[in-house]
Ligand binder design. Sequence first.
Ligand code: T4K
Length: 402
Amino acid sequence: MKKTINDLAFLGGSPAFNEPLHVGRPNLGDREQLFKRINDMLDRKWLSNNGPYVREFEQRIADMMGVRNCIAMCNGTVALEIAIRSLELKGEVIVPSFTFVATAHALQWQEITPVFCDVHPQSHTIDPACIEKMITPRTTGIIGVHLWGRPCDIEPLEQIAASHNLKLLFDAAHAFSCSHKGRMIGSFGNAEVFSFHPTKFFNTGEGGAIVTNDDVLASKIRLMKNFGFSGYDNVVYIGTNGKMGEFSGLMGVTNLESLDEFVAVNHQNYKFYEEGLRGLEGLKLIKYDHAEKCNYQYVVLEVDEAVLPVTRDKLIEILRAENVLARRYFYPGCHRMEPYRSYFPHAGLVLPETERLAGRVLSLPTGTAVGQEEITTICQIIRLAVLNSHEASGALSKHAAG
Ligand code: T4K
């Protein structure tokens, strides 16, 4: 039987959805093409080590971004680690705390200290105005994160990096197929790093890439991701195994063919959320710059608890009861996770915006797994939760006054 909005779990009924709606369901390209390519790979018996699908994938990305080099990797985290190492970062690196923990771990893994910097309240990306006071003689670089696919404030970062002789790396895990001032993300800083994890709107199973216009750096990265091998029996560098396999490569080539469709679905979903949540005071859907290329892969709500009687966490609880598995990305901020909270117990004192945002944002399901019907229901649940909480708090204050 089809459920109605009056029949919700939080109103004493049953969940709005029978199956959980996740944030981060993978988008999948044409299966027939995928299977054709798998057969092709199997016939060829070439499964890894710079195979033809990985090379094709790299070339397509480089062309799409207008960058000289794309080096495909086994995942975004190893890509970050290799990018950091190839840029010879050491000592301290300035990085936002409001990001997925992999950004900080990629530094700490190599015994480089992540120095957490606050983010801008509007853009949620590293705030250039906070960086300069964090630079010390040990600082060697800055890592900006294009959070939610919205580009960092790139030009001021470039200026700060240039004037202090620091390397500038971008964690572009969220920003595949996005642009800044008409130029594709991927072509900024010394290098940029993508993630193609299944939770990203474009995926290769597991996967990632480093893109750079620096040919010397690219050669070094190619050595580093393949144990330092330069031809048979000749190791010229310390390296690791960061290679992307052929299966991921062919999945990437296949999913690239559906990239425009994935973006169009995300954009349409974003508009459905905009429509469904319009006029709800105290709830803000983060905005994208429609004049740029955006992937709209994250639908992020900011809950203003000063205006709303319902908290962010209560709203998540209500949504989860209806089988809408909203997420608190990127709660509680890296500085409140181990080992950082033990190393820097007072870091939060200089991260007021990070602390504020970590307590008020939630991500909602999007991508090809959901459509207008699901989103309309999700918005109705949110609307009802807000109205109910207003009524409850009104009744409470009347009670207190009377
Ligand atoms: N930098 C940034 C800024 C990042 O956001 C990330 C990754 C990285 C670097 C590192 O890139 P990778 O090394 O991962 O390539 C997820 C992802 O694991 C992570 O890739 C991603 N960021 C992060 C934002 O989200 P969780 O802890 O949310 O994953 P999990 O297992 O809870 O999955 C989320 C939801 O996705 C599940 O509820 C169900 C759905 N899902 C997931 C997978 C893997 C599926 O439906 N199918 C699947 O195959 O971290």
